[in-house]
Ligand binder design. Structure first.
Ligand code: ATP
Ligand code: ZN
Ligand code: MG
Length: 498
């Protein structure tokens, strides 16, 4: 890597060239002892100092510039009462090599990027001191590398490795349960895209799934319930990676600019007169979103523990939330009750010592197997897949060592007979289970009394449980397995409509 920077420092008043020359020589001398870097050229006119810095990988030229400016202002300030009034970096050129040639051009904000073969030349112009202090430059280099790497993964199938599969089960039918429930009036399309209104029969099935998850999986393992907010501020998603991973799937939440009726007077008047939503007036009265609707529940659970030290005696900490409703803008992918924009999940989150979590995963899988084999009697399977945090940070690249059974994500998938035969049709992921190492406890600075702390979570999608159960077992309670009928034996009467 090579960094070349041209900057202009403004001194509070003119100074003798000889004085400055000595300072720069001293600084360069020290620099070169420790790294391959120096202030290469400089020129002083009155109180304006132009200089150019070249450096290698060990220290970035902008870091040297900030350091030089500190040293200089301390020394000149003491001896001559001269200060530094401003720094402008008018050219910053960074050269570095890639592991492989990009497949096509790339563009990033704040810089021109030219790539020849594996050699990158990144040029920034008119950069502020603050920009350099915040170390955007390193992130820009990383972004270029990441974009090139991801060109190699685009369009490639995701990582998938079978762990276990149940025996084959004969489905009672092969119809799409959503269509059938609509026909029977158990379900009505919701008022906006990708939402449903569950009438009593459908609601009873969904709630039965919820009770099963709690009674058969979470309670026996000692999970404690929490209730979280389902409006998630961006700072939480900045930490978890969701904001860069899924900005196109988030349902954004705006606050009103003001609660004052006066501010809303024109809006109200327009509504009264036109009986329509006055969009321009609405926009004037709203703030930009700073939050979104829950995407997954675990980020807010981590946030609630941020900066805390967990007592050893309380580990592993086992929590779950079932109150926050998830919103995801699924757009063209929507289908039935299984891919919706608004869904009900239970999310268990576990935080503990690595060995505790590895053991817990086995016990969770055991309980899940009990539910899917004995209660729902499903044809299903488990597979290692691209880890959750990589998916939701928008990355599909598999990290080294992944899939060897320690850190990673397991998807639970079931056959949907209405999609086709079991071999060639796409099975539906109805839940997942992850151990994520220290990634999220670190992001939220959650600590153990001593030693390493890990975390993980499992996303239990109730619509998905319901979709796979009904797709295999049909809508008639007579055909449902005994285990499930213990939770729901008879459907409610429903609404009589003429
Ligand atoms: P998919 O690949 O199907 O989009 P995902 O990888 O986005 O799923 P996760 O973020 O891992 O899903 O969420 C965990 C669980 O949440 C899923 O296993 C599923 O049960 C549920 N889920 C996710 N998206 C939806 C959706 N659009 N509708 C209903 N349930 C969903
Ligand atoms: Zn999670
Ligand atoms: Mg998804």
């Amino acid at each position: 890597m090579r960094f070349h920077l041209k900057a202009r420092l403004k001194l509070s008043r003119p100074i003798d060239k000889a004085i400055l020359s000595k300072e720069i020589d001293d600084f360069n001398h020290q620099l070169m002892e420790r790294s391959e870097a120096s202030i290469e050229e400089w020129d002083l006119k009155e109180n304006i100092l132009d200089l150019s810095i070249v450096s290698g990988t060990r220290r970035r030229a902008h870091d040297i510039l900030l350091n030089f400016s500190n040293v200089l202002s301390r020394k000149l300030g003491k001896a001559y009462k001269v200060g530094i009034r401003g720094i402008d970096v008018y050219l910053y050129e960074i050269r570095f090599s890639l592991d492989r040639e990009p497949l096509h051009d790339i563009v990033i904000p704040f810089a021109d990027v030219q790539i020849e073969g594996k050699e990158v030349r990144m040029v920034l112009r008119d950069t502020s001191e603050e920009f350099l202090r915040k170390n955007y430059v390193d992130r820009m280099i990383r972004l270029v590398r990441e974009k090139v790497e991801s060109q190699y993964y685009e369009g490639k199938g995701e990582f998938w490795k079978l762990i276990w599969r149940s025996e084959e089960k004969d489905p009672v039918w092969n119809r799409d349960p959503t269509e059938e429930m609509l026909k029977r009036g158990w379900l009505v399309q919701g008022p906006t895209k990708g939402k449903w209104f569950y009438r009593p029969q459908a609601a009873a099935i969904l709630r039965a799934m919820e009770r099963i998850a709690i009674e058969e999986v979470l309670k026996p393992l000692g999970f404690q319930e929490v209730i979280e907010s389902h409006i998630v501020p961006f700072d939480i998603w900045l930490k978890t990676g969701h904001l860069e991973g899924m900005p196109g799937e988030i349902y954004y939440v705006c606050e009103p600019r003001s609660r004052d009726v006066k501010e809303w007077e024109r809006f109200i008047d327009l509504v009264k007169i036109t009986r329509e939503v006055p969009e321009d007036e609405l926009r004037r009265n709203l703030s930009l979103p700073r939050a979104g609707i829950c995407y997954a529940q675990c980020p807010v659970i981590y946030w609630s523990l941020k900066g805390r030290t967990l007592a050893d005696e309380g580990l592993p900490l086992l929590l779950f939330d079932r109150s926050a409703i998830s919103g995801r803008y699924e757009s063209g992918g929507r289908h039935g009750i299984e891919r919706v924009d608004e869904f009900h999940r239970i999310e268990p989150v576990y935080i503990g010592k690595p060995e505790q979590l590895i053991e817990l995963r086995e016990r969770l899988i055991e309980r899940y197997k009990h539910v899917f084999n004995e209660i729902l009697d499903l044809e299903w399977r488990m597979a290692w897949v691209t880890p959750w945090y990589l998916q939701q940070a928008g990355k599909t690249k598999i990290e080294e060592g992944y899939g060897e059974g320690v850190i990673g994500t397991i998807d639970f998938e079931a056959w949907l007979p209405y999609r086709g035969d079991r071999e060639s049709s796409k099975w539906l992921e109805f839940q997942n289970l992850s151990i994520l190492g220290d990634k999220y406890v670190k992001a939220f600075n959650i600590k153990a009394q001593k030693g390493e702390l890990w975390s993980g979570c499992s996303g239990i999608g109730l619509e998905r449980w319901m979709a796979v159960f009904l797709a295999q077992k049909g809508l008639d309670p007579e055909n449902w397995p005994k285990g499930f009928r213990r939770y729901l034996d008879k459907l409610p009467e429903g609404i009589k409509i003429l």
